[in-house]
Design a protein around this ligand. Structure first.
Ligand SMILES: NC(=O)c1ccc[n+]([C@@H]2O[C@H](COP(=O)([O-])OP(=O)(O)OC[C@H]3O[C@@H](n4cnc5c(N)ncnc54)[C@H](O)[C@@H]3O)[C@@H](O)[C@H]2O)c1
Length: 338
């Protein structure tokens, strides 16, 4: 099977490319260049790929050319501007990449007969956030108070309406929350910030220490995406799917910091409160993943502590000189055996 991943130079995309090639598949990618220090570069993911294409998904001709060159069987659309804070600084760019970019993908996919399955990646932040303590279900209303959330909700609705209006290959939408794992270098994400601070002996600043987030290992999330694509290839699974962690993984940011600090042997003054004024971020977000559990037989394999441990150990071993690709490959194998 030949997979095209948009966003393959990013955090999830690099892990997905390694997983799929390790499983014996051909993989191509379309993205911008990786950011400095990205897992994609550290693990030399380019060497695994059939086509490593660089281009901007905001340009329809670029996306059409990529699909025409690669002629994939399956498309995973991950490319996005994925950060809430960045979306306040560049709302237009965020909307253009996340909404127009998705429309360009949908257009080009519908013009490429080789494609048998298309999985569009959105997020837990697509749901209209009413600060409920129970998880959001696929049938709940979508919304978005910040530009990033709005852009992903728009991409989600656009995909649903596109399929209803124009058909195309079997298409599904995957919604997942915060994921953690080795090699994430995105700014403003908690685990990379904590690991950088503790490994340098600094005390990290937290913006929202009491905010409860669902924490999930990237491999559990990708396992959902891959399970969904397999379902599409079997002629089932169209529609929207949540792939969130179990409820014991809904943990406040400050508690995550304490666990990571513990792994670095730090016990006092684990964090300080950030003093600068912060833009609004949703306070509580959780996903109800029972639809995927019951219908796809998908389940999280790593609990909260294991997900954090796998992430921190990955970075600790990397800093001791271990090879990034070998570390990822070992975790993918271990995960597959669970
Ligand atoms: N990481 C998380 O916690 C999380 C949570 C929920 C949803 N998501 C979603 O998962 C997907 C992947 O996120 P990630 O964490 O790997 O992000 P990332 O920032 O690591 O990677 C983003 C990828 O998109 C590509 N990209 C960005 N703008 C582009 C453009 N204009 N044209 C072409 N490519 C472009 C980048 O080059 C990169 O390959 C995104 O759709 C994101 O919204 C991520």
């Amino acid at each position: 099977m030949h997979y095209l991943i948009t966003g393959h130079t990013g955090f999830k995309g690099a892990w997905l490319a390694m997983w799929l090639t390790q499983a014996g598949h051909e993989v191509s990618g379309l993205s911008l260049d990786p950011v400095p220090g990205a897992l994609f570069e550290k693990a030399n993911v380019t060497s695994l790929l059939k086509h490593d294409l660089r281009g901007d998904i905001r340009d329809l001709a670029t996306v059409q050319a990529a699909l025409s060159t690669t002629q994939p069987d399956v498309v995973f659309h991950l490319a996005a501007q994925p950060l809430v804070r960045e979306s306040y600084q560049d709302p237009r760019g965020t909307i253009e990449t996340n909404v127009i970019g998705t429309m360009n993908l949908l257009t080009a996919v519908s013009q490429t007969p080789s494609i048998k399955a298309h999985v569009v990646i959105t997020t837990d932040k697509v749901y209209k956030n009413i600060d409920q303590i129970w998880g959001y279900r696929e049938i709940d209303p979508l919304g978005g108070d910040d530009p990033y959330s709005a852009s992903k909700a728009m991409a989600d609705i656009l995909t649903q309406s596109w399929v209803k209006s124009f058909g195309g290959p079997p298409t599904a939408i995957a919604r997942a929350g915060n994921v953690i794992g080795g090699g994430d270098v995105c700014k403003d994400r908690l685990l990379p910030d904590l690991i950088t601070a503790y490994s340098k002996g600094r005390t990290p600043e937290l913006r929202f220490p009491n905010a409860v987030r669902p924490w999930q290992h990237v491999l559990d999330c990708l396992n959902g995406y891959i399970t969904l694509s397999n379902e599409l290839l079997e002629g089932r699974g169209q529609g929207e799917w949540n792939f969130g962690p179990d409820t014991d993984s809904f943990v406040p940011v400050g508690q995550v910091a304490s666990l990571v600090a513990d792994m670095y042997g730090i016990s006092n003054q684990v964090w300080t409160l950030a003093s600068d004024q912060q833009p609004h971020e949703a306070n509580l977000l959780s996903l109800d993943a029972r639809k995927a559990e019951l219908s796809l037989n998908w389940h999280n394999k790593l609990n909260f502590q294991e997900a954090v441990r796998w992430t921190v150990e990955w970075h600790q071993q990397l800093s001791q000189g271990d090879d990034a690709f070998a570390l990822a490959s070992d975790q993918i194998s271990l995960f597959g055996e669970m």
